[in-house]
Ligand binder design. Structure first.
Ligand code: AGP
Length: 609
């Protein structure tokens, strides 16, 4: 997702714009730019293809003491990464930065062709021209021109707009792409993610869809597109600077893998009552009598969030009587005509809380009158604010594009939600207590495993880093875990990694086994362990290069590589085996010299379709 920053106040605007964009660069981008205005409203517009370091190099020759400006990091959607396609776009008197997609930009462009000559291939430049066409050189207030333009727009946007004819004022608006306004002393800051505001202010106003704000150094005035006043709700930004720094780790990804004992502890804080053997979730806000009636869960997510939901579904089916669990990929589900039974609850799973497809599903499901519960990490995000209730996973900002700590906490949070349903349905504590006790022990078990396997996994990663293909294998709860493990490898090492249920091997994938592939076999203890072991033997019989990951000390198949973990857990062993897979993916990418935290073609939060 692109990044937006803005500043108006008594300090140097360029400094905040660049530092703010750096905070957002983990989200993935391919070009950047800033525009600032001096006291005589003269604009200095600097854009570049490439990284923020390239932008800083250009700014060296254009150091300004200006006190107002906007900036942007672009992740190309319409038009290649280039300086001309980079934002801010300047058209006439208007300077504009934009996150999102203007679906009807071609039609709008056609109405403007006669009046404007377009330099870029972007939909954003069309939006800037549209605003300018209503601004008429400052004859109308900038905010009015922005509103008139947005009323013609179909699609999603988060925008910040300025003009050299409208000094000291920034107009921001959003529909489907987040924007937050930081309220400081004698300054106001804008960002597409609250992390850019840290160190400057903890007071934030989260703009909602359909709202437009007129911002100066001392005021924030919010209205809807229909000019209805909106009272600004100032909230405390919950995270802190330390949470978005590497704390000595080489990459955010390794930091986030290694901090899972702490992050899971935060997820569990106040929610596990070991004395009574109960889970207590306040956020969903579903009274017992409603929980008791739940017959069907729909779990919606993308990527890792989907995998977490699939893993949780295996557990929930075991202890929640007569509850069916359906896990769906948001980008597919939003266009299906799926009927959801009335006695359902939908879990909307999203780390960022901004994923466009997941948000679209949420809105569709709400239209059916189904209760929606968010399993979200980003506080104040769009999904978090639109669900009927929710459970924040509280893992802290997840900076690396590859999701790790969020996966673990999302899966456990959903299991805990399932346990509250089982509790409401009167399931005996004797059945539920083993789950609850293991969940409570998990942070310490995660700590032990991470310390135990880090070195050996790095050594194994060195041996497999040059493969181009990988098969990940698991059964039962180790199958969705294998899916997540494969996703981790493919997205940061670019190795073609796919997961299959062990039982599916004979239905096709076994044909793949040859020297081009290695097999990553997840073998947790359990009643299906022996079956999985015999599946591994089928792979070995065909010359497979197997990495086995297991908690069984007695595992002794002649595989090429094995990682054994020791744990007292019996139920949630796959969650621990996934730690091995996370570290494996990290070290393979590291050994390949790739950009571990910002892999090619990916963004941390996919706010466009
Ligand atoms: C995870 O490693 C991926 N980067 C990606 O699949 C991610 O999980 C997906 O885009 C969903 O993001 P969300 O949880 O913020 O909605």
């Amino acid at each position: 997702m692109c990044g937006i920053v803005g500043y108006v106040g008594d300090k140097n605007a360029q400094d905040f714009l660049v530092s703010g964009l750096k905070r957002l660069e983990y989200r993935g981008y391919d070009s950047a730019g800033v525009v600032t205005f001096d006291d005589d409203n003269r604009a200095t517009l600097i854009k570049t293809k490439g990284k923020i370091a390239d932008l800083e190099a250009k700014l060296m020759g254009n150091k300004r003491e200006d006190k107002v400006g906007i900036g942007h990091t672009r992740w190309a959607t319409h038009g290649e990464p280039s300086e001309v396609n980079a934002h801010p776009h300047q058209v006439g008197d208007i300077y504009l930065v934009h996150n999102g997609i203007i679906e009807n930009y071609k039609e709008l462009k056609a109405t403007l062709e006669g009046k404007y000559e377009f330099k870029s291939e972007t939909d954003s430049e069309v939006l800037a021209a549209l605003v300018d066409s209503f601004y008429e050189g400052g004859r109308y207030p900038l905010t009015n021109a922005v509103v008139q333009a947005l009323k013609l727009v179909q699609g999603t946007y988060g925008i910040a707009v300025m003009s050299d004819k409208n000094p000291g004022e920034i107009v921001v608006a959003r529909a489907g792409s987040p924007l937050v306004i930081g309220v400081g002393h004698g300054e106001t800051l804008i960002a597409s993610d609250a992390s850019a505001l840290l160190g400057h202010t903890k007071q934030a106003i989260y703009l909602n869809d359909g709202e437009v704000a007129t911002v100066t150094d001392k005021s924030v005035e919010i209205k809807t597109l229909n000019a209805e006043p909106v009272s600004a709700k100032v909230e405390e930004i919950e995270t802190n600077l330390a949470a978005i720094q590497k704390d000595g780790y080489e990459h955010f990804l390794l930091k986030e893998i290694m901090e899972q004992p702490r992050s899971l502890k935060e997820t569990l804080r106040g929610r596990i009552d070991l004395r009574d053997g109960m889970v207590r979730l306040g956020g969903p806000g579903l009274p017992e009598k409603e929980l008791r009636k739940v017959k069907h869960l729909v779990i919606v997510g993308c990527g890792t969030a989907y995998n977490a939901g699939l893993l949780a579904s295996y557990y929930i089916e075991r202890f929640a009587p007569e509850v069916t669990v359906e896990v769906v990929v948001a980008s597919e589900y939003r266009y299906r005509q799926a009927y959801i039974p009335k006695d359902s609850v939908a879990l909307i799973v999203s780390q960022s809380g901004e994923t466009a497809d997941t948000l679209a599903c949420l809105r569709e499901i709400k239209k059916q009158g189904i209760k929606t519960i968010g399993i979200v990490n980003a506080i104040g995000s769009t999904i978090a604010r639109e669900v009927d209730g929710g459970t924040y996973v509280h893992v802290g900002p997840e900076i690396s594009v590859a999701s790790t700590k969020a996966f673990t906490s999302q899966a456990i949070a959903m299991v805990m939600f399932g346990l509250t349903i089982a509790q409401a349905k009167g399931v005996r504590s004797g059945i539920l207590r083993p789950y609850i006790e293991e969940i409570a022990k998990m942070p310490a078990e995660i700590q032990k495993v991470l310390e135990e396997v880090k070195g050996p996994v790095w050594e194994i990663a060195r041996r497999y880093k040059d493969y181009d293909h990988a098969i990940y294998l698991g059964r039962d709860t180790a199958y969705p875990t294998a899916m997540e493990a494969a996703l981790k490898l493919k997205e940061i090492s670019y190795i073609d990694a796919n997961a299959y249920a062990f039982g599916e091997l004979k239905h096709g994938p076994l044909a793949l086994v040859d020297d081009r592939f290695f097999e990553f076999a997840m073998l947790p203890t359990g009643e299906l362990y022996e079956k999985a072991v015999s599946n591994v033997q089928e792979v070995l019989a065909r010359g497979g290069h197997v990495i086995a990951v297991t908690n069984r000390a007695d595992f002794d198949l002649g595989v090429e590589s094995v990682v054994k973990i020791t744990t007292s857990l019996k139920i949630f062993v796959p969650v621990l085996l996934n730690l091995v897979a996370q570290l494996f993916a990290y070290y393979v990418a590291l050994e390949k010299g790739l950009d571990v935290d910002q892999p090619r073609n990916l963004a941390k939060s996919v706010t466009v379709e």
